[in-house]
Design a protein around this ligand. Sequence first.
Ligand code: BG6
Length: 481
Amino acid sequence: MGFRKDFLWGGAISACQAEGAWDADGKAMTFPEVIQAIDPAKRKAMQQAYVTRQMIDEAKTAPVSRYPKRWGIDFYHTYKQDIALFAEMGFSVFRFSVQIARLYPDLEQPEPNPKALAFYDSVVEECLRHHMEPLITISHFDPPIAVWEQYGGWSNKKMIDIYCKFAHCLFTRYRGKVKYWVTFNEINMALKAPFKTLGMVSGEGPDYENARWNGIHNQFVASAKAVLDAHRIDPSFRIGCMIADLATYPYSTDPNDVVANQTFDQFSNLGFLDVMVKGAYPYFYQNYFERHGICLHENEEEQALLRRGTVDFVGFSYYMSFLTAQSTIGKQMIGGNMSGGLKNEKLTATEWGWQIDPVGLRYVCNQLYDRYRKPLFVLENGMGAVEQPDAEGKIHDDYRIAYFREHLRQLKLAAEDGCDILGYTTWGPIDLISSSTSEMSKRYGFIYVDQDDTGHGTGRRLRKDSFYWYRDVIAHNGENL
Ligand code: BG6
């Protein structure tokens, strides 16, 4: 009992938060590169949930020093050393993403940029050299600005072909080397921050809601096409989908709160998985579309694609949980992963107000396994904290160890409940730029990076206490938790 023998242990990063080198070798500009870091005094309240045309225009000429995701943690140059550190912890999997803006700076160019390809080749080779499965996220919150400027966002069907060309290039190039793939990172974040996934500029266009849902639909179709293409190229490929699991419980035992909670869960989490795992839109989306005048531009061919192109595993991120009530009036809200919710008095929270709920991970695993009966993959889990090394260069992050220990104990219980869990990649095994606030000081890593919010520092990597703890957990396949 416990974790399967071949359980995949590791960590996850994204290109746009780690690579830096934002304009190296002809790379095109992306949405994350037009976002400035938030004022730390406002960090509990603020998340960057939109991008405007003005922000894009300003960013084209403003000093680079204002935009942290342009330098990341310089993974573009430090990947060998960073991957070696992951190997030292015993990782059997490393999840990272590939930027379309590097491979296809002009989204319509037929062939990828060879220099960009050489970089990703080398990242894959480093993983293999260290006996780690590379797990590639094809798209992680990094739409090029051209997605908006040339195509008006993902609601344009041309994006499906552009994405499929990119995915095809990766599948053929890394056949026999990469087995695990995720088509879109947290695809349901289109509901909270459509610039991150759909390349949409806030509030523009005649019918924003229609455009948003057509963008989501086009991503479902693109994902299904990619799954089919991947299986054609190599039947042993394992392709997953991914949502941010915005785990929620009813605020009270009032049946109205229970229904409000169910509706939120269906709409924000399960509906996305239903399409990608079961291959069709659930009744509650169809009903929502009818009632809100949302008209999907789809045809029978696309419906067939969705039916056939279902995924091999269900991936999700899990950070926190919150409560949902019929009415929020007079109730205390808390922050969270792009999605606030109601406070749960029984839980503590991180400095960013994200409620810590290890038991929720067991709950979510059982809910998803019960509904889909496909293997699960916990693709992100972790906590952000402000940290500084002491005089001896040590970081005693016992709170992070406690966070992971409790979550992993619950994950093990979920495995013992009978859920089939393929693996677990912590978010940010190395400190990197925060997605929602663009701060460096929101640190997630087992590895500390000596760099501040303005990009200053030596860039030196230091092992935190949690580094040694996680190494030990991996060495024992979680038996010692
Ligand atoms: C997930 C994203 O939503 O949460 C990551 O996939 C992100 O890209 C992570 O970094 C943690 O969020 P944040 O805002 O604290 O970086």
